[in-house]
Design a protein around this ligand. Structure first.
Ligand code: DLL
Length: 435
């Protein structure tokens, strides 16, 4: 039997959902217009006032907001309540320009955790479950979000954070964890370590996993399900919209229900910004209709996917999104960390290197690898092997500071990286991320 965390809203009729969205959107637009001068200016430039927005049918009249706006308004320019009303922040790694800082009131935190609680229950969680949260804690939203969701359901929560894999397995065995929450690549790695330790799924009590924060394929799902002896569920979200729990998978395991009482989803053509009809593939745009501190209207996620309102066997009525099928920008997700090639380029230029470089991303033993090949300039060419090794190490440290993860840097002879005659190919991603 299917369980729900908030059945009334998770299974509400389409009419009820639309009515709720209409009312919440009108209030939210007013709240943002009155409290966020940055967005009010965007509305004024487009000639829209809150009175023009009477229902979700008018959503398309509002201007988009994007990462570039977050950069312009960094750090508090999009805040819609006084800072004294906020109780927490979360953030993505990166340079000041790329870093996203999201603010939460206590009410925002409660609603966010409720969204995550829905995901825990949809994965079969009840108060009798023991949830091992192996997403990173701290500024990243994964740990805090699933931890909060697990608490709401009343599960016993193991706040492990990521890393120290053998200890994860030890706790899993000793405390008989039943649900694992982490990135899919970490889940695969835990499965592999379990095997290497001479253990099998029968030696642990896991029954389900809630995995997200990065792209993963159906093939990976099957591998993880087999190696850990579980059912693996997808979960989606982004810091800008609170974090995980914007959408989550149910027993059907074929797409994620978007929490439509909190977010209105649209699919647009990434080139023209035009709203596309249901069923067409395009860029996902979210309007948050309940968040008070950091309420983004028509936020362009850059994630490419398809929405569907086909009836779902689980009984939930909220629209479903497919797994993201790619991005409309050049952001990569490496070991769960969002990385832009431009961040790597910035470090190289700051450290006096040429902009001739190649980024190679791969997945070895279920762990993402990041290698950066950089050309030596002619004055560095006479350096000794020891000096070159030191340079490589220094560059790797500088990149770790910028990105949050340290690549392996390889200094290569000048002019050895192929020059391009058109758009430079800076990134070679050898991972298979999409089906
Ligand atoms: O990754 C929030 C999260 C934490 C989601 C834990 C799920 C579980 P950010 O670090 O801001 O937030 O990265 C957001 O990650 O725009 C997508 O490109 C990607 N992403 C998130 N979930 C999925 C998923 C968190 N299930 C960016 N499948 C998003 C594919 C995902 N990509």
């Amino acid at each position: 039997m299917e369980n729900y965390y908030q059945k009334e809203i998770e299974c509400a009729s389409r009419e009820e959902i639309k009515a709720l969205q209409d009312q919440r959107l009108v209030e939210q637009v007013k709240h943002v217009y009155e409290n966020v001068p940055y967005y009010r200016n965007l509305m004024e430039e487009k000639g829209v006032t809150p009175e023009d927005i009477k229902s979700t049918d008018d959503l398309h009249k509002l201007p988009f907001i994007s990462k570039a706006d977050l950069r312009d308004a960094y750090p508090t320019g999009l805040l819609a309540v006084p800072l004294s009303e906020c109780v927490e922040i979360h953030s993505t790694s990166g340079t000041t320009g790329r870093r996203v800082v999201a603010f939460y009131t206590q009410g925002d935190i409660d609603l966010w955790h409720e969204c995550c609680a829905r995901a825990v229950v949809a994965a079969g969680g009840t108060k009798d479950d023991i949830v091992q949260v192996a997403y990173g804690y701290g500024l990243f939203t994964g740990g805090a979000g699933l931890d909060g969701g697990s608490h709401k359901v009343g599960c016993m929560t193991l706040p492990m954070s990521s890393g120290n894999t053998e200890r994860q397995i030890q706790f899993m065995q000793d405390l008989k964890a039943t649900i694992l929450c982490c990135t899919p690549s970490y889940a695969a790695y835990i499965g592999e370590t379990l095997h290497d330790m001479g253990l099998s799924p029968e030696d642990i009590s896991l029954k389900a996993g809630i995995f997200g924060a990065e792209p993963w394929t159906e093939e990976m799902r099957r591998d993880i399900e087999k190696s850990l002896g579980i059912k693996a569920y997808d979960i989606y979200g982004l810091t800008e919209t609170s974090g995980p729990g914007v959408a989550y998978e149910c027993s059907a395991q074929n797409g994620m229900h978007i929490n439509e009482d909190h977010f209105i989803a649209e699919i647009i053509d990434p080139d023209t910004g035009e709203v596309l009809p249901e069923g067409e593939k395009g860029e996902l745009v979210f309007t948050s209709i309940t968040k008070k501190a950091f309420p983004l209207l028509r936020y362009r996620t850059r994630d490419i996917c398809v929405l569907t309102r086909e009836k779902c066997s689980c009984g939930r009525t909220h629209v479903k999104m497919t797994k993201p099928m790619g991005r409309s920008d050049d952001m990569m997700i490496i070991r769960g960390v969002n990385v832009f090639p431009s961040q790597i380029e910035t470090v190289l230029l700051e450290q006096g290197y040429s902009p001739n470089y190649l980024i190679e991303v791969d997945r070895v033993n279920n762990t993402d690898t990041l290698d950066v090949f950089v050309e030596l300039s002619s004055d560095m060419f006479s350096d000794t092997v020891k000096e070159i090794a030191k340079r490589e190490k220094d560059l790797s440290i500088a990149m770790r500071t910028m990105l949050g993860i340290g690549p392996k840097v390889h200094l290569v002879p000048a002019k050895s990286i192929a020059r391009s005659e058109g758009k430079a190919v800076r990134v070679v991603d050898k991972r298979k991320l999409h089906d």
